[in-house]
Structure formats: structure tokens, C-alpha cells
Design a protein around this ligand. Structure first.
Ligand SMILES: Nc1ncnc2c1ncn2[C@@H]1O[C@H](COP(=O)(O)OP(=O)(O)O)[C@@H](O)[C@H]1O
Ligand SMILES: [Mg+2]
Length: 496
């Protein structure tokens, strides 16, 4: 493939073609013209020769204008040369001048003329300083060779002039054709650029999630199937139709699935509450045999676990659906203090430490969801580490330019526990470390997925850095409110 643009290649191809055609026509013209002129010269030559022969036969001057010498014969054109040769020796030589004056023929020229074959055909002979001559030799009855010559200079001169004129015309024509061709090709290819622009705009769209408005199309005037560009435009439009339909179908099925998960979670809440309630009620019966009491406590704890799972699923489904978040200033410092105090009460075997700046760190967001982020991180630091582990919760304000008084905040939860298994992508849904499934009560594998979903809905980022003895979860929240969510909402008509 060439590196040059189609426009450039088209223009160059046309120019090359044009140059070839012009050159061929020019050469053919020059050759033909020269051929005709030589023919004309040969006709003149044979009549000049006739007069020369007649003069040699009869002797004496003939009538007529111009030269009227008694060697060459009458009415000879200027610069005509006549030579008589007998037995290889030049016996007479004469040449006319412009004014009809007779001049001598130089010795070199005589020798060259004497050597012309007497075959009855004209020959072109170079006579040195006299230039090229058209020469005809014939033999008379007495065996004298009569050679007559006419200058070929005019023919040569005209041929050169013609070729020069043709060259100039060809160069001018090619320049003009190049300019006009470049403009024409540019105009013809402009629709192709518009097709490319459409494709470019589509490629800049985000098609990976949510409802996609793929309304970009090639304008109708560039979709005429009778033109090549129109075929490209029409094909692109058909492709966009197809992609748009597929994206709509995908979106619809995503929405259906989310609604199903959300509805299912919501529906499960009521029977779960009933199970817990009845289990508690039955447990009050003091006459219960010990095995039954044990079973009841297992029922209660499993129902509680399922409740957590269902709540987590519901929350995730709502975050997926792009439920709008509250956007209010949230005092992260306060939130962290409360969460750590709760965690300390829940996990007395762990040492919790706060590392807060003097000034409160305020971000814009949804306080309830942010609380859940901190709670989930602290619960992990408590449940996935052995007792005695130290957990440090740090908070740093990160000033951002133009944040209108709200600094962005960085929250870190660091523990000295065994660390996260390296092969585990902990932010994936239902991702749980070895043994967590059976060992730890209340482990759903959704905690960090929720953390990530909430933080990203706030326009922030969450990051994990873990090795044995030091596990750090870092949450960065922007101080300024992120772009308002423009996705169509609400997808889920759910009541609390
Ligand atoms: N602080 C931590 N130390 C060690 N492992 C952790 C820590 N936090 C999370 N993990 C690992 O990441 C997994 C996923 O965590 P999470 O999404 O909160 O699910 P869950 O806590 O319900 O198991 C956990 O099962 C655990 O193996
Ligand atoms: Mg967890």
C-alpha cells in the first residue's frame, strides 16, 4: 500500500497518463511533419536535378528567373549545389548563393558529394560547414555522374522549432491539468471525508455500557448507491443500524436482568424477616429440647446472613441501574470516627487507631453510601485478619484546584494482617479468599464490590496494595461533585 493519499495518487496517475499521451502525439506529429517536408524537398530536388541534367546535356543558359548560369541550369533555388564526376574525379562543381551569385564548393564537400551512390534515391549527406544536404546522384549517357543537392537546414530547423513549441505546450497543459485535476479530485472525494467524519464521531461514542444513543448517520446525499462513495456511506449506515439494534437489545436485556435481581432481592426481604421473627419467637420457649434450640440458633444466624446478602445484592443492583446518589457535603472525619468506634466495639480483639488531620475533611456525596464504604473496609480488616492485628484508618485532604471550598479526600485503611491472596481480584462480585466461604460468618464476597461501585459512582477510585503484614485499601474521593449522571433514570421502581 502506498503511503500517499488517494487524492495525490489519482492526480499523479492522471498527469502521468496525460504526459505519455502528449509525448506520443508530439513525437508522431514531428515525425510526420518532417517526413512530409523531406518528401517536398525530394520533389524539389528531382526537378532541380532535371534542370541540371538538361543543362549538362545541351549546354548553354536557359530562360527563367534567379540563377541563370550555364552550369547548374536555370531557376535554381539559392544554395543549390551541382557536381559532375567523371571516372571518380570531380570535373565541375558549383553552388548558388542567395543573391544568385555563383560560389565555389569547398573541397571536403566535393569529395563527400562524389561518394553519393547513384541509385536514383535522394540521400541526406553532412557537408560540414555547409550543413546537411539532400542529395540526388544520376548518370548520364556518357557515364558522367551528375550530383545535385538542396539544403536540408530549413527542414531540420522547422522540426526543432515544432518540438520546442510542443514541449512548451505540453508543460503548460500538464501544469493546468494538474491544478484542475487536484481541485476536481478534492471535490469528488469530499463526500468520502464526510463519511470518515461520521465514522470518527461514532468511534468517539461510549458504547460499552448503559443506553447508547447511536443516532449518528452519514447524510443522505452521500448514500446514493449509484456512486462508489455513496455505497460506502450506505454500507456504513446499514452497519450503524445493525449495531444500534444490537446495542438496544443488549441494553434491554441488561435492564431486565437488573430489574430481576433487584425485584428478587426485594421480594426476599419479607419472608426473611418473617423467618427471623418466628425463629426468635420460638426460641423464647424455655421448654425447647437442646437440639431444637441449637437448630433454631442456626436458622437465625443463616437467616441473618441471607439478609445481609440480599441487602448487598439489592444495593448493587441499584448502583448498577445508576440510581442517583445524594450530593451533599459529607464530613468524612466524623463519619470515620463513628465507624471506627463501632468497629472497635464489634472487634475487641483488634487494635483500631485513627490518623486524622486537624481540619475536617469534607467531600461531596451520599453520606449513607460512604458510611457503607468505610464500614465494609473496617469489617474486612476485622474479619479477614487474626485478633491482635492493628488497623489504622487514615484521612488526608487532597486540595484540588477550583474545588469551591471542598477538598477531595483520601481515605486509607491499613492493617497488619496476613494480606490478600495475590491471585484474588477482591473487587469482583462474590470473590472470596480461601476458606472465607465456610469459616467466616457473614462473608458474602460482595463487600468490596459494593465499595468499588459506590466510590466509582462518586467519581472516585479505590486501590489495593497488599503484602503479608501490610494491607492498604486507598479510597480517593473528589471534592467537587462529579458529572451529573445523565443516564435515563430510574430504571427500577423500588420502594424502601
Ligand atoms: N483486609 C483484608 N485482609 C485480608 N484479606 C482481605 C481483606 N479484605 C478483603 N480480603 C479478601 O477479599 C475477599 C473479598 O472481600 P469482600 O468483598 O469484602 O467479601 P467478604 O468480606 O464478604 O468475603 C475476602 O473474602 C478476603 O479473602
Ligand atoms: Mg467484606
Amino acid at each position: 500500500m502506498s503511503r500517499h493519499s488517494l487524492r495525490m495518487r489519482l492526480v499523479v496517475a492522471v498527469m502521468l497518463l496525460l504526459a505519455t499521451v502528449c509525448t506520443v502525439v508530439g513525437i508522431a506529429t514531428a515525425v510526420a511533419l518532417r517526413h512530409f517536408m523531406i518528401q517536398q524537398l525530394d520533389t524539389d530536388l528531382s526537378s532541380a536535378g532535371g534542370r541540371f541534367v538538361a543543362m549538362q546535356d545541351h549546354g548553354g543558359p536557359g530562360p527563367g528567373p534567379g540563377y541563370s548560369g550555364n552550369f547548374l541550369g536555370p531557376a535554381q533555388a539559392p544554395r543549390t549545389i551541382g557536381v559532375t564526376v567523371v571516372g571518380g574525379t570531380v570535373t565541375g562543381a558549383e553552388m548558388t548563393d542567395r543573391g544568385g551569385v555563383v560560389r565555389d564548393v569547398p573541397a571536403d564537400a566535393r569529395t563527400a558529394l562524389a561518394a553519393v551512390p547513384t541509385d536514383g534515391h535522394p540521400h541526406s549527406v553532412d557537408l560540414g560547414p555547409l550543413g546537411t544536404y539532400r542529395v540526388l546522384a544520376s548518370v548520364d549517357r556518357e557515364g558522367t555522374v551528375l550530383v545535385v543537392g538542396l539544403p536540408q537546414a530549413d527542414v531540420d530547423h522547422l522540426t526543432v522549432l515544432l518540438v520546442a513549441a510542443e514541449g512548451i505546450v505540453i508543460v503548460l497543459a500538464l501544469t493546468g491539468a494538474g491544478i484542475v485535476g487536484a481541485i476536481a479530485v478534492r471535490r469528488e472525494l469530499r463526500p468520502l471525508e464526510q463519511v470518515a467524519e461520521t465514522a470518527g464521531r461514532v468511534s468517539a461514542l461510549r458504547l460499552d455500557s448503559g443506553e447508547v444513543d447511536l443516532s449518528e448517520r452519514v447524510p443522505a446525499e452521500h448514500t446514493d448507491p449509484r456512486t462508489e462513495v455513496g455505497q460506502v456511506g450506505a454500507a456504513l449506515n446499514r452497519m450503524l443500524d445493525n449495531v444500534s439494534t444490537a446495542l438496544d437489545a443488549r441494553h434491554a436485556s441488561e435492564v431486565r436482568l437488573r430489574r430481576f435481581v433487584a425485584d428478587a432481592s426485594h421480594e426476599l426481604r419479607t419472608p426473611l424477616a418473617a423467618i427471623r421473627g418466628y425463629a426468635e419467637l420460638t426460641a423464647r420457649d424455655r421448654a425447647l429440647p437442646p437440639e431444637a434450640a441449637h437448630s433454631l440458633s442456626r436458622i437465625t444466624s443463616q437467616a441473618e446472613r441471607m439478609t445481609t446478602l440480599v441487602e448487598d445484592l439489592l444495593l448493587l443492583a441499584r448502583l448498577d441501574a445508576g440510581r442517583p446518589l445524594e450530593r451533599a457535603p459529607v464530613d468524612l472525619s466524623r463519619l470515620v470516627v463513628d465507624a471506627v468506634s463501632d468497629a472497635g466495639a464489634a472487634g475487641p480483639g483488634h487494635r483500631f487507631r485513627l490518623d486524622l488531620p486537624d481540619e475536617p475533611v469534607v467531600v461531596v456525596g451520599d453520606a449513607a453510601r460512604l458510611t457503607q464504604v468505610v464500614t465494609n473496609l473496617l469489617a474486612n480488616a476485622r474479619t479477614h485478619t487474626p485478633p491482635g492485628t492493628e488497623v489504622v484508618v487514615g484521612l488526608t485532604p487532597v486540595p484540588t484546584v477550583g474545588s469551591a471550598g471542598c477538598a477531595s479526600g483520601r481515605l486509607t485503611v491499613t492493617d497488619t494482617g496476613p494480606g490478600v491472596p495475590p491471585e484474588l481480584n477482591v473487587f469482583e462480585r462474590f470473590a472470596r479468599g480461601d476458606g472465607s466461604r465456610s469459616r467466616i460468618h457473614g462473608s458474602t464476597g460482595l463487600g468490596l464490590a459494593i465499595v468499588q461501585a459506590v466510590v466509582e459512582a462518586h467519581g472516585g477510585r479505590v486501590h489495593l496494595d497488599s503484602r503479608p503484614g501490610r494491607t492498604v485499601f486507598t479510597v480517593e474521593l473528589p471534592g467537587v461533585s462529579p458529572e451529573p449522571d445523565t443516564r435515563p433514570l430510574p430504571l427500577l421502581a423500588l420502594q424502601e
